[in-house]
Each structure stands twice: as C-alpha cells, then as structure tokens.
Design a protein around this ligand. Structure first.
Ligand code: PXG
Length: 304
C-alpha cells in the first residue's frame, strides 16, 4: 500500500486518515479561524513570507492569539513538506480559535488549533496557453468591508460557496461577485483582472476583495513589462465589454475567461496580454528568489 500523507495537527504528525480535531473546535462550530492556501514549485514555497504575513494579519483582525510566531509557523510548514517529501505541492495552513464550549464566545477557547495539510499538486503553468473558463455573474453580493470582509482570509466561505453553487447550477466554472455597491469584486476564490486597449484594471480593496498574493505578483509583473495597471472600481459593463478577462489565484494560477453569463469576452479565447502574463508568471514561480527552499540538498549540490 502507498504510504499515507502525514498531516500536522498542533505539532504532531498523523496519517491523513487518522488526523482529527475536536467536534468542539470553533473552526467547525462557527467558522472561527483563518487560513492560507500556498503553492510549492520545484521544492520552493512560493512567496511563503507573504502568506505567513497575511495569515498573521487575518488572525490579528479577528483577535486570534497565534500559538506560534512567524518563524515557528514557517518551520512547521517546511517540516510538513519535508515529512512528506513533496516537491510540487499545495499547502493548506489552518488556524482555528480552538476548542471551547457550545457558545459562540471566543474568549472561552483556550488554545488555537494549527493544522497543516500538504498534498502533491502539479502546476498548469508553462510555455503554452492558460485554460479558458466559463463564468456567470452571481446574484450573491460580496460580504461588506464593514462586516465579514474577504480581506480577512477566514474560515467563513459561505459567501463564496453560494456563488459557486450558482455557477454549478448554470454549468459554469465559477462566478463573478459584485460588491455591496454593484462594482465588480472577485470570483469565488480568485481575483479578477480585465484588459482594455492594452491597459490592465483590477478591483481595489474598496470592493471587499482578498488581497491576493497572485494578484500582487501579477501587478508587479505588469509593471516590469511596461503594462499599465489600474487598481480601481470596475463596473459589470466594463468587465463584459473588455478585450480580455482573466482570473488569478494560488490554486487557479492564471485562467483566461472565455464567457461571462454566456456573453463572449473579446474573441472568447485567450487574449494576448493574458497569454503574456500567464507565461511570465510561469517563469516567475520557478525563480529562486521567489520561494523558500524546503530542502538543503540544493545548497550541498551548489557546493555552498
Ligand atoms: N480571493 C479569494 C476570496 C480567495 O479565497 C484569492 C482571491 C486568491 O488569492 P491568492 O493569495 O491565492 O492569490 C483567494 C484564494 C481554491 C481556494 O480551492 C482558494 C482560496 C481559498 C479557498 C480555496 O482554489 N483562496
């Protein structure tokens, strides 16, 4: 039998089929917790520092006391990858409020629960073409920035799940969500970009988006390649009439959008700016300086 993956739960490694948390964990009872989804490309954790910083910011915004510091959390992620000897992988790092009683009060939860799951995952990036997806416009609005804002990467994903259900029911891949004002926000689990007249635009934080790490990197790739980027309010009209639309996220990487609600975007295929950014992002994720090395061997080989 193939060896089972090992999952980290509060400092201990357990086989995947035996890894458990309490039914009194407030992550389960109330969605009270925060998380990160992280990619590993060729033995290097892509922008790990950014993910750890965002995790701590999410935790701070909900008053969740972290049981480990940033160094400790980083080491725990690297340890989990080493234990499973992973090279190209997806990491799910979860910190919940921990076990409490049946009441909602987070003050009665003593210690946070830390879970790290790492699975093998191959990249869809490369020299060819990104996948093209079909979207719908969701009737579900993004949560308000004055409430459970998606600036917090929390365990409350019902807002996204409702949109994803609409996409499923329409036979689409994903849904675009509008913010409380009616401006474009993001897809269920990816940020959205449009291209018009060679210029790139993407919704700003006013739209209640997650501050995506892929989004930030795509913006800087645009800057490096002389492509103008505007972070601004985007109307649904502008999205539908764009030359190109694409999604960006850790798991999605870069996806071209072919149609929204049955309407073709541009020619309905992969646009030239999307193609350029997809290829450039594919090169960036493999750069040494973009990722934290999981293993030491590389240094030995380099004779350091
Ligand atoms: N917006 C939201 C709401 C997200 O959840 C992104 C944007 C992209 O951010 P990053 O930092 O990954 O570039 C996310 C990503 C999945 C999945 O299965 C992805 C996310 C959460 C849950 C599932 O792809 N987060």
């Amino acid at each position: 039998m193939e060896k089972e993956l090992l999952v980290y739960v509060n400092g201990r490694f357990t086989e995947k089929s035996k890894a458990v948390v309490s039914v009194f964990d407030h992550g389960l009872l109330y969605g009270d917790g925060v998380f990160e989804g992280i990619r590993v490309y060729n033995g290097r954790v892509f922008r790990l520092e950014d993910h750890i910083d965002r995790l701590f910011d999410s935790a701070k915004s909900i008053g969740l006391r972290m049981p480990l510091g940033k160094r400790g959390m980083t080491e725990a992620v690297l340890d989990t990858l080493r234990k499973n000897r992973l090279q190209d992988a997806y990491v799910r790092l979860v910190v919940t409020r921990g076990t409490g009683d049946l009441g909602v009060n987070p003050a009665l939860c003593k210690d946070a629960t830390v879970i790290i799951i790492a699975e093998p995952m191959a990249s869809a990036l490369g020299p060819r073409e990104p996948r093209t997806v079909k979207l719908v416009m969701s009737s579900v609005r993004r949560d308000s920035v004055a409430g459970t804002s998606h600036e917090i990467k929390s365990l409350n994903y019902l807002n996204s799940i409702l949109a994803k259900l609409e996409a499923n029911n329409a036979g689409a891949d994903d849904a675009i969500m509008l913010d409380q004002r009616g401006f474009v926000s993001e897809a269920s689990v990816a940020n959205v970009f449009l291209v018009k007249g060679g210029k790139v635009s993407t919704p700003s934080s006013a739209a209640g988006i997650l501050h995506g790490i892929t989004r930030a990197r795509v913006i800087s790739i645009c800057h490096d390649n002389g492509i103008e980027v505007l972070e601004r309010d985007v109307t649904p009209f502008e999205l539908i009439t764009a030359d190109e639309v694409f999604l960006a996220g850790t798991k999605s990487e870069i996806l071209a959008v072919g149609t929204i609600g049955g309407t073709k975007i541009g020619a309905g295929g992969v646009g030239s700016v999307t193609r350029t950014l997809y290829r450039e992002f594919g090169r960036v994720v493999l750069r040494r300086e973009e990722g934290t090395p999981v293993y030491e061997e590389e240094r030995v080989k380099a004779g350091q």
